[in-house]
Design a protein around this ligand. Structure first.
Ligand code: CO
Length: 168
């Protein structure tokens, strides 16, 4: 397994829409394993393939580093979100936007249908932090970052803190 380089905002590759995974092969498995290694090395709780420059619809979540959550590795390939209900707001950060943490308004519950690493169809009903992490990572597959979802005042603060050309 390898720790991969994480792309940082405002890298334009973070803005691209990723393509569905079609081959559930060794190459995909290696990518998923490397993503997990990369996420743990960076002390994150989620990471999406486009964050390491792989334009495919896959992401990993492991809330284990968050206090009170079990270490459990989730792999979502070709995920579709539905039945988004309720409201939740957690302070979010992103391995591609280092140093920024802001609360984001999301849905409290989500149904995610997806494929596992072998291509088998699965579904998971998630709530709370796991549901929020799924929404955050799913956004990456469509080129959306959590800072896009902030309010006007929050965006101004982030712009000031990032202190560089940003497209918020
Ligand atoms: Co992120």
């Amino acid at each position: 397994m390898m720790v991969l380089e994480i792309l940082h905002y405002p890298d334009p590759r973070l803005r691209e829409v990723s393509k569905p995974v079609t081959a559930f092969d060794q190459k995909l498995h290696r990518l998923l394993d490397d993503l997990h290694e990369t996420m743990l090395a960076a002390r994150g709780i989620g990471i999406a393939a486009p964050q390491v420059g792989e334009k495919v619809r896959a992401f990993i979540i492991d809330l284990g580093l968050q206090e009170g959550f079990p270490k459990e590795r989730y792999e979502f390939i070709n995920p579709e979100l539905s039945q988004l209900t309720g409201k939740a707001s957690f302070e979010e950060g992103c391995l591609s936007v280092p140093g920024i943490g802001e609360p984001v308004n999301r849905s409290e519950m989500v149904l995610v249908t997806y494929q596992d690493r072998f291509g088998h169809r699965q579904e998971l009903r998630a709530e709370g932090l796991l549901a929020v992490a799924i929404q955050h990572e799913h956004d990456h597959l469509d080129g959306i970052l959590f800072i896009d979802r902030l309010g006007v005042i929050q965006k101004q603060l982030v712009k000031r803190r990032l202190g560089k050309q940003i497209d918020l």
